[in-house]
Design a protein around this ligand. Structure first.
Ligand SMILES: Nc1nc2c(c(=O)[nH]1)N[C@H]1C(S)=C(S)[C@@H](COP(=O)(O)O)O[C@H]1N2
Ligand SMILES: [Mo]
Length: 379
């Protein structure tokens, strides 16, 4: 490629425009290792969340209903690693940003392609972290669907990251060990500051899913122990379009022997008490004590054999979580309830009165509130 004339070399493009000694590979590699680790955890836990929430049909029957807190842990880690990645990506970009003003801007077609790849990687990563952060705040100021966009950006960022690692492998290897580079007081201070920033961000937000950090949960959007009946509400009855429960509400169960039950009749069936968390995809989770009827018992009564999945429909007029499908392994799990009570009290409207679903190891979005109908959908 022909070199651009030197007269164009101004401002940050000048030689020696950046004076910090920390724009060097060892600092970049150390921060990059932490960032890479956070992004890999975030990607894998995000993938797990996506598959649990919206499994392809070949997988739906194989998702495990145990461990009970599985989704709580993976989604907690997803949000913790994503938030930790924010200061890390800042530190990483600061270490390398002088490269943005490299001269000449492109030495060869390959070099130009490599820079383009980095642009895609940086853009996808920043957008991914930004949309994820806003999602934890339940703020969706964009016209595109969050989940699909977040999913595909995740693949783009992770693919870009793998290519980046492959291209930089020699440089990373050469700077991996401490003895590879001279010790610098500034580097130690910079890494210590970065560690402190990550620690602070984690400590003041992780309490939204880690019970013993709850007292420090200052910046997270939720305190998992605050809310009616000791449990946050993600979407109130009013936000769901003021769900009206008809005075003659009946649970309708459709299967080989369809039937309907009033709330009083449901209350007369054998009741079970389970301790299960609501693990919201938006980052908070909280355990509660639920009481109600086993979903499996309701199906047996409808003449459905074990091993049948169901579709659950809410009274809600519309909304993405109005209809939910529950594969057979969750239906058959004795912990899966049609709950009538939480923490010893009849459900309030916001927690899903008159009846809601609670099942182990499932995302909060699938814990359907204001249940109207359960229908057998086969194996
Ligand atoms: N019908 C219906 N059920 C729903 C929702 C909804 O919007 N509509 N929100 C879900 C979400 S996102 C979560 S996290 C849980 C929260 O339950 P809670 O509000 O009782 O804590 O309910 C789920 N059940
Ligand atoms: Mo949620």
């Amino acid at each position: 490629m022909p070199s651009p004339p030197d007269a164009l070399r101004r401002g940050p493009f000048r030689a020696g425009a950046f004076t910090s000694v920390l724009h060097e590979p060892r600092t970049t590699v150390v921060v990059g290792r932490w960032l890479g680790g956070a992004l890999v955890v975030c990607f894998l836990t995000g993938l797990a969340s996506h598959l649990l929430q919206d499994p392809p049909s070949w997988l739906a029957g194989h998702l495990p209903s145990r461990p009970v807190n599985g989704y709580r842990v993976t989604q907690g880690l997803h949000v913790i690693s994503g938030l930790a990645a924010v200061p890390l990506v800042g530190a990483k970009l600061w270490a390398v940003y002088p490269r943005l003003f490299e001269w000449p801007p492109a030495r060869s077609v390959l070099h130009a392609l490599e820079r383009l790849g980095i642009a895609v990687l940086v853009a996808a990563t920043l957008l991914e972290l930004f949309t994820g952060l806003l999602n934890t705040l339940q703020w969706y100021p964009w016209p595109f669907p969050f989940r699909q966009t977040h999913f595909w950006l995740g693949w783009l960022a992770t693919g870009g990251l793998l290519i980046h690692l492959a291209v930089k492998a020699p440089l990373i290897a050469a700077n991996w060990w401490r003895r590879a580079a001279p010790a610098l007081a500034q580097r130690r201070a910079f890494l210590a500051t970065t560690t402190a920033a990550v620690g602070a961000v984690t400590l003041v937000t992780a309490g939204q899913s880690v019970p013993w950090l709850r007292a420090l949960d200052l910046l997270a959007p939720r305190r998992p122990d605050l809310g009616p009946q000791g449990l946050p509400v993600n979407r109130t009855a009013a936000q769901a379009g003021t769900v009206t429960v008809p005075a003659d509400w009946r649970l309708r169960v459709d299967g080989p022997r369809p039937y309907q039950l009033t709330l009083a009749e449901l209350g007369e069936l054998p009741q079970y008490e389970v301790e299960l968390p609501i693990s919201c995809v938006e980052g908070w989770s909280a355990a509660a004590r639920w009481t109600g009827v086993r979903v499996a018992d309701l199906l047996t009564r409808a003449g459905a054999p074990a091993g049948t999945g169901v579709r659950v429909t809410s009274l809600e007029a519309e909304g993405p979580y109005r209809v939910m499908e529950m594969p057979a392994q969750y239906v058959d799990d004795p912990l899966s309830l049609l709950a009538l009570r939480v923490n010893g009290e009849v459900l309030t409207a916001d927690h899903g009165y008159p009846a809601r679903i609670i099942a182990p190891n499932r995302p909060g979005v699938l814990q359907t509130k204001w249940v109207a109908r359960i229908e057998v959908i086969g194996r």
